[in-house]
Structure formats: structure tokens, C-alpha cells
Design a protein around this ligand. Structure first.
Ligand SMILES: Nc1nc2c(ncn2[C@@H]2O[C@H](COP(=O)(O)OP(=O)(O)OP(=O)(O)O)[C@@H](O)[C@H]2O)c(=O)[nH]1
Ligand SMILES: [Mg+2]
Length: 369
């Protein structure tokens, strides 16, 4: 895709927008459909992840702001008609995942053509998966916006939070196109003097606009807002553990499974956490025991017999490496982590005994020969 950087102060991120999920309207209940390819991309991210989601009313320049988070004018698709442009949820595909930052651009939540249950589900899902939720308001904060925010606090009551840990994301209220001199006391705001741009066409086509065509105050306020958002960006937590892309993808799937279940009236975060923890630990057992086996197999390749000291030293190195990987992959409470480690230790002892038998057989054969 063409690339139109925003300004030097916000790092330019390469990549492309990608569809993460869609809503499919069925008879009475709709279903959220996840894109498998996007899931695969998320599952490749092994680092801790932070998730910034831009939500708000439809046709209010949300996608444009999501682009500025990527240091660009273009990126997520912008729409110039009165109809909603972004549908479902999009993510930025590969750009700065190595630093674990995921930018999410959402469908507007009150498009008149939209199904009301979907708008609620979309907002519930965004609350559950974000570490920073940017609520985009355009113009002066009016009764409508206050009502919408109030409605959202009601929607949030459909989420059952975990008992011990803080769960809800950081909320950034982003006030756009504010035209008065004294802004209200609100966490984030910025002035937009786009009306000074000579041609209306420019505003209709913000993805190709050049930064020096924009009012410098607008650019400055965007830079300030973006910098503040990244400075205060928390990682996405699962209780006290940081989620990696792998665990985030699993958590997302479990949340969607619950939201899609028509018999479910609450999104239970503890149960989505539990399923995610189990998935992470099963995967960790699998990959780390395999790693141990591979490292121990080196003995056979090099050729038995070896001395018992050498055997212990190969085991110790393989065990340390496997344990290090295991600890990196598992998540959960301190008690859970301790019990997972104990089980892992027992499993490794079992495998060590098998290698011990192999070596003993090889040794006795050696002495017979
Ligand atoms: N006045 C003004 N127009 C803007 C601004 N940012 C983007 N636009 C233009 O507003 C139109 C809509 O922008 P989008 O970013 O697509 O809006 P959106 O909220 O993502 O829209 P949906 O995805 O349909 O809900 C586009 O034509 C943009 O070029 C801005 O800060 N001020
Ligand atoms: Mg959009």
C-alpha cells in the first residue's frame, strides 16, 4: 500500500490493515466470525502484548486517528460517504509486533444500519480485549455523548470481572474538532482547525493529505495525544501475568465463544482466563518436553556410552533450557504457576528415567562386547 507518513514525532509503522472479525446476522442471534489468518498472525507473537482500540460513533474519523497512532495518514480504510466504512474489527498486521503493540480499528457503534445487539457485543468485546480504549468523540460533548457513555457503563455490567485484579482498560476520551477556546476538563482533547484547509476535498481524502496542508495546532495536538497514549500504555494482563500474542489470541477466541453463545447473558472473564491459562500450559508442556527430548537425544547422536557425569550434565542443560522456556510460556496465579512447575518437573523426571534406562542398556551392551 502507498505510505503517507504523519510527522517525524510519531514513528512510521510499515504494514497493512487486516480484518480480524466480522458480525454475521443470523435469524435471531448474530455470530461473531474470527478471521483465521489474523488469528494465526496474533499467535505468532510471543512477546507481551499491549492493545489499543479506537471506538466511538460511526463516521467520526476513528480510522484516521488509528492511522496517526501508526504515524501515518493512510493505513486503515477511511470513508468519505455518509455510510459506515469500517465493518467489524480490523488490526494492523505486522508492524511493530516485536514491541508487542497491537492497534485495533472498530466499526462505529451507532450506525443506524447496525443491529443493536451487535453494537453492544462489539463494545463489550472491545472492553475485554483492550489495554487502552480510546473513546472518540467528535465536536462538543453533548447530551448524546454523555448518554452514550452512560449506556456503556451499563453495558460494562454484562462483564463479570476477575475477583482480585484490575481488569478494565485505560480509558482515553478523545475530543475531536473542538472549536471553542476553553476546553472542558477532560482527560484528552485536541483542537482541530481543519476548517482552515482550503479544499473540502482534502478533508474527504485525509489519507493522501500532506501534513503541511494541516493546521500546525492540529498536528501538534495529534502528536501530543499519540505520545501520551503510548507513554501510558499498559500491557494486556491476565490477572497478574502479561499476555503474549499467543495467549491474547486464545483469550479473544474464548471471549467470542461466550458472546456467541445465545444462552449466555454475561461475559465471564474468570472463565475466559481459566481456559486461556489451560491452553497456555498444555502448549508449554508439549513444546518444552519436546525440547528436552531433542536436547537429550543429542547423546544418542553423539553415541553412547558416555560417563554418568556427562549424562547428568546433558540432563541439567536440557532441563534448564526447557524450564526457562516453560516459565516464559505459562501464565496464571502464583499458586497455579507453582503447581504447573511441579507437574513439569515430574514429567521431566519421568523422561530422564527413560533416558537413564536407554543409557544403562547401552552401557551393559558395551561391557558385554
Ligand atoms: N473534519 C475532519 N475530517 C476528518 C478528520 N479525520 C478524518 N477526516 C475525514 O472524515 C471522513 C471519515 O473518516 P474515518 O476515519 O473513515 O471515520 P470513521 O469514524 O472511521 O468512520 P466509520 O468507520 O465509518 O465509523 C474521511 O473522509 C476522512 O478523510 C478530522 O480530524 N477532521
Ligand atoms: Mg473507520
Amino acid at each position: 500500500m502507498s505510505s503517507n507518513p504523519f510527522s517525524e514525532k510519531i514513528p512510521f509503522r510499515k504494514g497493512n490493515p487486516m480484518h480480524l472479525l466480522d458480525y454475521m446476522c443470523l435469524d435471531e442471534d448474530g455470530a461473531i466470525l474470527l478471521d483465521e489468518q489474523a488469528l494465526r498472525i496474533l499467535k505468532k507473537i510471543e512477546e507481551p502484548i499491549s492493545v489499543i482500540t479506537v471506538v466511538g460513533s460511526y463516521r467520526r474519523e476513528k480510522s484516521y486517528f488509528a492511522n496517526t497512532l501508526l504515524g501515518r495518514h493512510d493505513g486503515f480504510k477511511l470513508g468519505s460517504s455518509v455510510n459506515g466504512c469500517t465493518k467489524g474489527i480490523d488490526i494492523w498486521d505486522t508492524p511493530f509486533y516485536h514491541k508487542g503493540k497491537l492497534i485495533i480499528d472498530c466499526e462505529g457503534i451507532d450506525d443506524p444500519n447496525q443491529e443493536v445487539p451487535w453494537a453492544n457485543k462489539l463494545f463489550i468485546l472491545c472492553l475485554a480485549i483492550s489495554s487502552t480504549l480510546i473513546y472518540n468523540i467528535n465536536g462538543i460533548v453533548g447530551r448524546d455523548d454523555i448518554e452514550k457513555l452512560f449506556l456503556m457503563t451499563k453495558i460494562a455490567s454484562h462483564i463479570q470481572p476477575p475477583n482480585e485484579y484490575q481488569f478494565l482498560p485505560n480509558l482515553v476520551v478523545l475530543l475531536r474538532d473542538f472549536q471553542l477556546d476553553n476546553p472542558p476538563d477532560i482527560v484528552e482533547y485536541f483542537l482541530d482547525r481543519l476548517s482552515k484547509v482550503d479544499h473540502n476535498d482534502a478533508m474527504r481524502n485525509m489519507s493522501t493529505i500532506e501534513t503541511d496542508q494541516l493546521d500546525h495546532m492540529f498536528v501538534e495536538k495529534i502528536e501530543e495525544a499519540v505520545t501520551n497514549i503510548f507513554e501510558d500504555l499498559p500491557p494486556k494482563y491476565l490477572n497478574a501475568s502479561e499476555m503474549s500474542g499467543v495467549t491474547f489470541a486464545e483469550f479473544l477466541e474464548r471471549c467470542i465463544e461466550q458472546i456467541n453463545d445465545p444462552t449466555n447473558t454475561m461475559l465471564s472473564i474468570p472463565s475466559a482466563y481459566e481456559a486461556t491459562i489451560n491452553y497456555a500450559v498444555q502448549k508449554a508442556y508439549e513444546t518444552c518436553l519436546e525440547l528436552y527430548n531433542e536436547m537429550m537425544d543429542q547423546m544418542n547422536i553423539k553415541g553412547l556410552p558416555i560417563s554418568w557425569d556427562e549424562f547428568e550434565s546433558v540432563h541439567n542443560t536440557a532441563f534448564e533450557e526447557a524450564l526457562k522456556n516453560f516459565i516464559q510460556q505459562i501464565i496464571g496465579s502464583a499458586d497455579q504457576i507453582q503447581s504447573f512447575q511441579k507437574i513439569f518437573h515430574d514429567k521431566i523426571t519421568g523422561l530422564k528415567n527413560q533416558f537413564y534406562m536407554k543409557k544403562s542398556t547401552a552401557l551393559s551392551k558395551y561391557h558385554e562386547e
